[in-house]
Ligand binder design. Structure first.
Ligand SMILES: Nc1nc2c(ncn2[C@@H]2O[C@H](COP(=O)(O)OP(=O)(O)OP(=O)(O)O)[C@@H](O)[C@H]2O)c(=O)[nH]1
Ligand SMILES: [Mg+2]
Length: 255
């Protein structure tokens, strides 16, 4: 446990219908270890109780009705108030208890970006054989195409400084699941392997049902790697929130 790190941190979770897991995920986030901690849900118009449960627990909720995992992050990265951003899924899979240690590592080692590898320490049942193979395949392809040596290209837990996006080339372009591999590729390319590192963390079985479409998402991720490598990727929506988005922080959101 770390005491009083002099930093402001936003822990950000994209959510879409996670009522079974969001409460436990939020409860697992340690409190009181840094100057300022914002817990931010970027919700993609959940039709269940996700937003209500998050508000009940004091989290900030930003509503991003445009669909997509990447879309949620491309909004959240701009509206987050912290200087350091930590991301995780809202499904109890990532080790929230390690957040203070990871932030301390970022600060003390003067890093810009940490991505958390799940493949080395995944717990029994955390990843099906098919997902494990898909992850390996995508990570292998990413290593082959980009040579940046990331073990787990699909991990959704990153710890980084918000200011990395002041360089527009660092801003991920993909609105879907491929944003996850894209942000790591950009980090290694623009920040370098001394400032952008990978550490291994435990990974646990999911709580609640996933919306992931194994074959569809796997194919999109693979296709994106080639598109990004050969400059054929396109941005479909602009960086940052749209004016129509609502947020509990400014009182515009009605749960
Ligand atoms: N805002 C928003 N969040 C989303 C959307 N799609 C997925 N999410 C969230 O993004 C996170 C990652 O999605 P998951 O379904 O866990 O995907 P995954 O981790 O690849 O799949 P599992 O291994 O089965 O957990 C979860 O917290 C989802 O609730 C979306 O369209 N909008
Ligand atoms: Mg997940």
């Amino acid at each position: 446990m770390v005491e009083g790190l002099p930093v402001s941190v936003t822990v950000m979770l994209p959510t879409r219908n996670e009522e079974e897991a969001i409460g436990a995920t939020l409860d697992a986030i340690p409190q009181g270890w840094c100057d300022n901690l914002e817990v931010l849900i970027v919700d993609g118009s959940s039709t269940d109780k996700t937003r209500a449960i998050a508000l009940e627990r004091g989290a900030r909720v930003h509503l991003e009705p445009r669909r997509g995992y990447g879309r949620a992050y491309r909004t959240g990265f701009v509206v987050a108030s912290g200087d350091i951003i930590v991301t995780m899924d809202a499904d109890c899979t990532y080790p929230a208890e390690l957040i203070p240690d990871l932030v301390r590592m970022l600060v003390e080692q003067d890093l810009d970006f940490i991505t958390c590898d799940r493949l080395s320490m995944a717990e029994e049942g955390a990843m099906s054989g098919l997902h494990g193979f898909g992850n390996w395949m995508l990570s292998f392809t990413a290593r082959l195409l980009f040579g940046y040596g990331i073990k787990d290209s699909q991990s959704g837990m990153w710890v980084f400084r918000k200011r990395i996006f002041e360089n527009e080339a660092m801003r991920p372009t993909n609105d879907g699941m491929p944003l996850s591999e894209e942000i790591k590729i950009l980090a290694r390319r623009h920040l370098g392997r001394h400032k952008a590192i990978e550490v291994s963390v435990p990974y646990r079985p999911r709580v609640g049902e996933a919306e992931i479409h194994t074959w569809g998402d796997g194919w999109k991720n693979l296709r994106f790697l080639y598109a990004r490598r050969f400059g054929l990727h396109r941005t479909h929506t602009a960086w940052g929130p749209s004016d129509a988005n609502t947020d509990s922080a400014d009182g515009t959101l009605n749960a």
